[in-house]
Design a binder for this molecule. Structure first.
Ligand code: CUA
Length: 401
């Protein structure tokens, strides 16, 4: 055993016969690849332990494939069948023209991918079962097939055709959504992203509000889409109301554009979809789609001057004596700061702090007392008001309907 350091020590018994074969070069330590071992075993008509391991690996992959086969369509079906009340951000339940176009394209791609998955997974499962290892095959070598023009042509041409179909369909959808021109009756809105709220301006109507975008619905034949110009006052944000359209970023020093066209009245919710700092997750968005007459009523109410109740003078004076007016607008007054939300019709909005809490007098009081307590990191400071000042100021703000 003086020559024990040769490669023979690392190989199964019978190895020497290969070395003696005139058709095979002598093996060295570096050639102990799986291929060589398999060649050795095949040439001796016995199963290779390496192949066995491979088959076991494929079996567990097949189990996983079968599991995915069952779970994939189930997940899609679950997502598509959900009750809209419980899934208000479900992209499979579109309520707007561009969202519908995207949904149709996504459905086509998902269907094609599901079909590919079923065919490939089915063939894989069939092959694993049909050609599984059996005792009677223990000493047989399967036919070795190298190259088949038909098969190679098929698996080259079919995927190319599938890619062409998906490309054409997607290109048409992109053209329909991004290339659309505003028809007559379009509402123009500028949305400005702020940390962490949405400024919403209607330049043609002279209205400024926050966090809640009010739009008309398109009814049969009467198109009333809303075209949005998207800007940012600070960092990148992203406007996303899944049931109305895809997401589009709001980027500083740039103006992006998108449009929505709700087809059913209702409130659609969304959120900022681009990480923008501490309160990114609480930069929520509501789109209220009104029947055309209701929209006109909303516009008329928003155009009204702010309420000025003489009985609330003390609260008004408290508000105007603080630096609140440096950040907020109350139309027609000297409160004309541009940093925070316009308060002219504060109480017409459903929430405070971009969807953080419902807009009630109680929550408004808690918010003014200490915004950081409700929304840590919010850029509105604690004004250190006394309880008396707080009551008066909230009474005044609550009158701004
Ligand atoms: Cu704004 Cu994330």
């Amino acid at each position: 055993m003086g020559d024990q350091m040769t490669s023979q020590n690392f190989l199964p018994q019978g190895r020497k016969e290969i070395q003696k074969s005139p058709f095979l070069p002598p093996l060295t330590k570096g050639e102990r690849s799986t291929h060589v071992q398999n060649t050795y075993h095949r040439s001796h008509g016995i199963a290779s332990p390496f192949e066995k391991g491979g088959v076991r690996g494929i079996c567990s992959e097949a189990a996983l494939a079968v599991l995915l086969l069952l779970c994939g369509p189930a997940a899609v079906a679950f997502a598509a069948s959900g009750d809209n009340a419980f899934t208000p951000t479900n992209i499979f339940v579109p309520f707007s023209t561009p969202a519908h176009a995207i949904y149709q394209n996504a459905s086509l791609v998902l269907t094609i991918c599901a079909a590919i998955f079923l065919v490939v997974g089915g063939l894989l499962a069939y092959s694993i079962f049909r050609f599984r290892r059996r005792p009677e095959h223990e000493n047989l070598e399967p036919p070795q097939v190298y190259g088949s023009n038909q098969i190679e042509l098929a698996w080259t041409v079919i995927p190319i055709l599938i890619v062409i179909v998906i490309t054409l369909a997607t290109t048409r959808t992109i053209y329909d959504v991004q290339g659309a021109l505003p028809p007559p009756g379009t509402v123009n809105v500028t949305v400005v992203g702020h940390q962490w709220w949405w400024e919403i301006r209607y330049p043609d109507l002279g209205i400024v509000t926050a966090n809640e975008l009010h739009v008309p619905v398109t009814e049969s034949g009467n198109r009333r889409p809303t075209f949005l110009k998207l800007e940012s006052a600070d960092v990148a944000h992203s406007f996303w109301v899944p049931q109305l359209a895809g997401k589009t970023d709001l980027i500083p020093n740039r103006r992006n554009q998108m449009w929505i066209e709700p087809t059913q009245p209702g409130t659609y919710v969304g959120n900022c979809a681009e990480y923008c700092g501490l309160q990114h997750a609480r930069m929520l968005l509501r789109v209220v789609a009104h029947a055309p007459n209701d929209f006109q009523n909303w516009v008329a109410a928003q155009k009204q001057p702010p309420v000025d109740d003489p009985q609330l003078r003390a609260g008004r004076d408290a508000f105007f004596s603080t630096s609140c007016i440096n950040c907020h607008v109350i139309k027609g007054t000297r409160a004309n700061g541009q940093f925070g939300p316009d308060l002219t019709h504060l109480m017409s909005r459903e929430t405070i702090g971009a969807g953080v809490v419902p807009n009630t007098a109680e929550n408004l009081r808690a918010w003014v007392r200490d915004p950081q307590h409700i929304k840590p990191g919010a850029l509105m400071p604690n004004m250190q008001l006394s309880d008396g000042e707080l009551d008066q100021m909230v009474a005044y703000l609550s009158s701004l309907r």
